[in-house]
Design a protein around this ligand. Structure first.
Ligand code: FMN
Length: 379
């Protein structure tokens, strides 16, 4: 038995615990982010849960992200006055109270009727950055209205160039100033766990929401755009073209090697996200926390480096900051909050991350993000 969670699962299965149900009934009951997973699983239709939970192939990258983070240890310094601690960061001229941002996750109405609007209202309440997915179930205009500012926009590139222009001009008109081009699913992927779990859902999806994907009424960002997205033939030439097309800050999401980090800077991007799509792109990838140092070293501070995939604790976030990340994205944690309790769940997830980041900072003897350096982790 190697984890507290496994131990709790063991206890729950024992006759001593028969009848006990410690699944939280309200966001305020949550002691940690993982407390939202089970109520979300119970609230969400199994096929939609499968879409959220899945990795690819054997889900090895999904597990590697967590293993990488738990293996890395902290080096706390004692007897530092940590009575005033601030974890705010600045990115592209905006100050955010927390380094944790909401990463792009598609089709959020599959998890709660409020979908991306519930997430946006929570992000507004907590002053958190929200990245909106191309395959959002709500338009960028409506999300911007609920958020009170334009979101960051994540692009799965339409296959035809005129579709790219159409989408970019639309998000510019909505006021977006930061664009993330996701590149890690271009080759295709095998979401085997999703397909296995979905078999248990015998309902006919098309009755409820039609075919998902570009062109469907559930992907409003594809309105007026023909053809699919995420071309297997995309290369750095596409990045050059996109760079010329827009003045928005352009970041690449899905960088996993120092070679590509160097190329990204050479091609004029404004930043990048070290990400393996939460273990959903390819298997046998490394934990992003293990990729981060080589990317940071290659980038040499020229542009901000963000990271996501597997972050569940404030201490995880602290480790990424220590290795040089500017901000940390979360996916499933806020989807669990949304699925279980809507906006209030997302708010509580953000609050717990914030409190845990501050606690880890105090425990390590750091008072601001700029004080969190590599000396605080055992690499
Ligand atoms: C259900 C789901 C949908 C996602 N949809 C997108 C998407 O549309 N675009 C994208 O760039 N990343 C997408 N992601 C990846 C997230 O942006 C993020 O990289 C990942 O979830 C972080 O890992 P975590 O879930 O372990 O926190 C999705 C992730 C999940 C779980």
């Amino acid at each position: 038995m190697n984890s507290r969670r496994e131990f709790l699962a063991f206890l729950a299965a024992s006759p001593l615990a028969l009848g006990a149900d410690d699944v939280i009934k309200s966001p305020k009951d949550a002691l940690d982010i993982m407390d939202f997973e089970e109520p979300a699983r119970r609230a969400i239709p199994i096929a939609h849960w499968a879409y959220m939970a899945t990795g690819v192939d054997d889900d090895a990258t999904l597990r590697a992200n967590r293993e990488g983070l738990t293996r890395l240890k902290l080096r706390p310094r004692r007897l530092v006055d940590v009575s005033k601690t601030d974890c705010s960061i600045e990115l592209f001229g905006t100050k955010w109270p927390s380094p944790v941002y909401i990463s792009a996750c598609g089709s959020q109405k599959a998890f709660h009727a409020d979908g991306e609007l519930g997430t946006a209202r929570a992000a507004k309440a907590k002053n958190a950055a929200q990245m909106l997915s191309t395959v959002s179930s709500t338009s960028v205009e409506d999300v911007a209205a609920a958020l009170g500012r334009p979101p960051w926009y994540q692009m799965y590139a339409p296959r035809q160039w005129d579709g790219v222009e159409h989408m970019v001009h639309r998000v510019e008109a909505a006021g977006c100033t930061v664009l993330f081009l996701t590149v890690d699913v271009n080759p295709g992927r095998n979401t085997e766990t999703q397909r296995r779990l979905s078999k248990a859902d015998t309902r006919n999806c098309t009755v409820c929401h039609g075919a998902a994907g570009p062109g469907s009424r559930h992907t409003p960002m594809f309105e007026g755009i023909e053809g699919g997205m995420n071309s297997q033939s995309m290369t750095w030439d596409f990045v050059d073209r996109l760079r010329k097309l827009t003045k928005m800050k352009l970041l690449i999401k899905g960088i996993d090697t120092h070679e590509d980090a160097t190329l990204a800077v050479e091609h004029g991007v404004d930043g990048m996200v070290v990400s393996n799509h939460g273990g959903r792109a390819m298997d046998s990838d490394r934990a992003t926390i293990n990729v981060l140092p080589e990317v940071i070293d290659a980038v040499r501070g020229r542009v901000p480096v963000l990271v996501d995939s597997g972050f569940r604790r404030g201490s995880d976030v602290f480790k990424a900051l220590a290795l040089g990340a500017t901000a940390v994205g979360i996916g499933r944690p806020y989807l669990w909050g949304l699925g279980a309790f809507g906006q209030a769940g997302v708010e509580r997830v953000l609050d717990i991350f914030h409190a845990e980041v501050l606690l880890t900072m105090r425990q390590c003897g750091t008072r601001s993000v700029s004080e969190i350096t590599r000396e605080y982790v055992q690499v």
